[in-house]
Design a protein around this ligand. Structure first.
Ligand code: ATR
Length: 284
């Protein structure tokens, strides 16, 4: 670092688990960019002050993680339509003092799905499990790919209906009850778990019976701890195409990196940095 170093960071509460600093700093290094990315523990009461600090110190960019993704919007100057539709911001770009909010989670997820498992989503039938914050951004981004239908299943059916109602202009969306999942999965091309079912420490839980999925279907899970959930292990054993959550994390970061720097993100280097960091934290 020197007096020209351009500053970036991530704010959240908690934040010490974040792999973003390792991933982003390695990406800056790989492209020879004089940038530095830190992790900042910001409690909810200090969110407004933190954003003022970003303005005052002239940070070029910031990632925003839980629990600030919704509340941060009130402190920004402009919100990108994709972030408005998702109802959350995870990336801020500082354009000469104007703070612009984006959401790269949903589009990061879709880029990773397309690169790693399903190159063409047009005319496909997609089932999304869950209707929380993560599902909303993902459904919006999936809708931009012109699928034939997106079915949203949620334990609390009312939340699936609400999500579908707010995004219905974007695509052919159908809310269903959890009990209708088996029928919905039978002819689905892609089934995506956005719930926390199967996340550490509950690694033996699965969101559904994978025998419901048709041969050749893609089973996708947003969870990246563990890297391969029980849902994906069972899908793999059945010969389905599996897609894990690490890609979403990498590509949400790749988009953020690209918005900030205008350069293509060194995705391979970023994957490597995160995997190495997992190995270190698992062995500690
Ligand atoms: P996120 O922002 O990660 O999506 P969230 O907004 O809390 O987190 O949403 C969590 C999602 O996981 C919800 O769809 C939740 O279902 P409910 O709306 O019925 O609560 C779903 N979920 C969590 N645990 C679940 C479980 N054991 N069975 C079914 N769905 C579950």
């Amino acid at each position: 670092m020197d007096s020209y170093t351009v500053l970036f960071g991530v704010i959240g509460d908690p934040i010490r688990h974040s792999k973003s600093p390792v991933m982003m700093n390695r990406a800056f290094e790989a492209l020879g960019i004089n940038g530095s990315y830190g992790a900042f523990h910001v409690v909810p009461e200090k969110l407004g002050e933190a954003i003022k600090g970003i303005r005052a110190l002239g940070f070029r960019g910031l990632n925003v993680t839980l629990p600030h993704k919704v509340n941060v919007m009130a402190h920004l100057d402009e919100i990108h339509p994709g972030a408005l539709a998702a109802g959350a911001v995870n990336t801020i770009v500082n354009e000469q003092g104007r703070l612009i909010g984006y959401n790269t989670d949903g589009i990061g997820y879709v880029r990773s799905l397309k690169e790693e498992a399903a190159s063409n989503l047009a005319d496909s039938k997609i089932v999304v499990l869950g209707a929380g914050g993560a599902a909303r951004g993902i459904v919006w981004a999936l809708a931009q790919e012109h699928p034939a239908e997106i079915i949203v299943a949620n334990r609390t059916e009312e939340k699936a209906r609400e999500l579908v109602a707010t995004l219905s202009a974007e695509a052919n969306l159908t809310p269903i009850a959890w009990s209708q999942l088996q029928t919905a999965c039978q002819d689905a091309d892609v089934v995506i778990n956005t719930t926390s079912i199967g996340m550490a420490p509950n690694v033996d839980a699965v969101p559904l019976d994978v025998s419901w999925l048709k041969p050749g279907a893609v089973a996708s899970d947003l969870i990246y701890n563990p890297l391969k959930t029980k849902f994906l292990q069972q899908s793999d054993e059945r010969g389905l195409v599996v897609h894990g959550g690490l890609g979403m994390f990498i590509y949400q970061g790749a988009y953020a990196f690209e918005y900030w720097t205008g350069q293509r993100a060194p995705v391979e280097v970023m994957v490597q940095a995160v995997l190495e960091s997992f190995e270190t934290s698992f062995s500690q």
